[in-house]
Design a protein around this ligand. Sequence first.
Ligand code: NAD
Length: 481
Amino acid sequence: MTIHAKNFIAGEWVEAREMAPDLNPSNTDDVVGQFPRASAADAEKAIAAAKAAFPAWSRSSIQERHDILKKIGDEILARKDELGRLLSREEGKTLAEGIGETVRAGQIFLFFSGECLRLAGEKVPSVRPGVDVEITREPIGVVGLITPWNFPIAIPAWKIAPALAYGNCVVFKPADLVPATAHALSEIIVRAGLPAGVFNLVMGRGSVVGEAMLRSRDVVAVSFTGSVATGRKLAATCIESDPMKKVQLEMGGKNPFVVLDDADLKTAVECTVNAAFFSTGQRCTASSRVIVTGGIHDRFVDALTERMKSLVVDDALKPGTQIGPVVDQSQLDQNLSYLKIGRDEGATLKAGGELLNRATPGFYMAPALFTGVDNSMRIAREEIFGPVAAVIRVKDYDEALAVANDTSFGLSSGICTTSLKYASHFKRNADAGMVMVNLPTAGVDYHVPFGGRKGSSYGPREQGRYAQEFYTTVKTSYTLP
Ligand code: NAD
């Protein structure tokens, strides 16, 4: 079935003048649908509608917001198989991964339906006799939400749900590569009964729709997930704009996974395979640097190489597939160029990296493992965003920790060890927003904060209760009764 989609602006589905096809990366002959390429004027209309809707929505009852978010979450969960299939078809992660991500999106809406009822302020004593001091949280206004292609439903969910829960109006711009999932999610959101203008979907190019949001005086805050290069530019524009915009960035990673001599070998191998190669390595929390101490290094590399032989790379929708295709030609080109860079830098391509032919034309690539990597090499410093892992040999725990932290990123950091001493020390000293012990660096809960340090994140954390930092603003009121 081919979809012919529209944008949702000011409470109506609106045809766009320009359309673009959305292709299935497992089979480029399969056109998922035709999707709008909105103009700047479309984005401006959406922003104006959101602005007009804000006064009433910001004062809507928390029961109303709770009920709407619950309805959205319930429908996503009820239709998880169908939505997960659509997601896998357009993004290329496996069906199990697509359904898993969809379930997570449903759970996020349900979590924030509860958060609508839990938002609290503080009443504190004043230092001045007779004065009352209250600290309250208020919605911020029209928020622009800009999302990447690699989590087509979960990332929109973890921005849209808190934005609406805390009384803001939304202009949502999904990534160009995954409009079908964004459209399906938006249909569910629209059906849940939001007043016109509260939620707007504007599909189109970042350079057109995104830029229009950044230019607008009426967008007070922008939450962005994507690459460092885009995030950096976007933040600069938000700070320079008048009035300045609140900005939240979630960006790339070069996440280390440390394997110590005392690690359980099977756990170490499974965590690495999961975090480096599943979802085709296209996760910001993927383990792309595997830092291994000398005593276990050779056994680990042998076991991992052996395990990689059994990985099934094929059509994302085919039963039994463990790793789907790369998302598109340009990402595949980037992966292949880093394979060349790694070899030219002197690393050994120990396994994988070949292009694979399957029954349908798609972007299939065997997961690749480099050994003999030095942490100064480009393959150890730059985000590749594909199924490519680099093994770095170190002599002991201290060197492993130093190498793990020697990166301009700081999203997720993992260690595999049976030593409580090293696990505890690593949790305290890993310079990352999230730390995993005997677990893959990718794969997180939906009810707790998500985000990183250094070049990986900027601004308040997303998800869980911490989401209120971005989607509300604090007011301190003093009263002399
Ligand atoms: P990208 O930066 O190319 O695009 C992200 C979004 O920004 C897209 O919607 C795009 O259209 C938009 N955009 C592009 N130019 C813009 C502009 N000038 N103004 C406004 N918006 C603009 O990133 P991508 O390729 O879609 O996603 C991959 C990246 O996302 C990777 O670096 C990955 O690590 C990162 N990511 C981070 C997290 C996290 O939470 N830390 C999660 C997932 C992905």
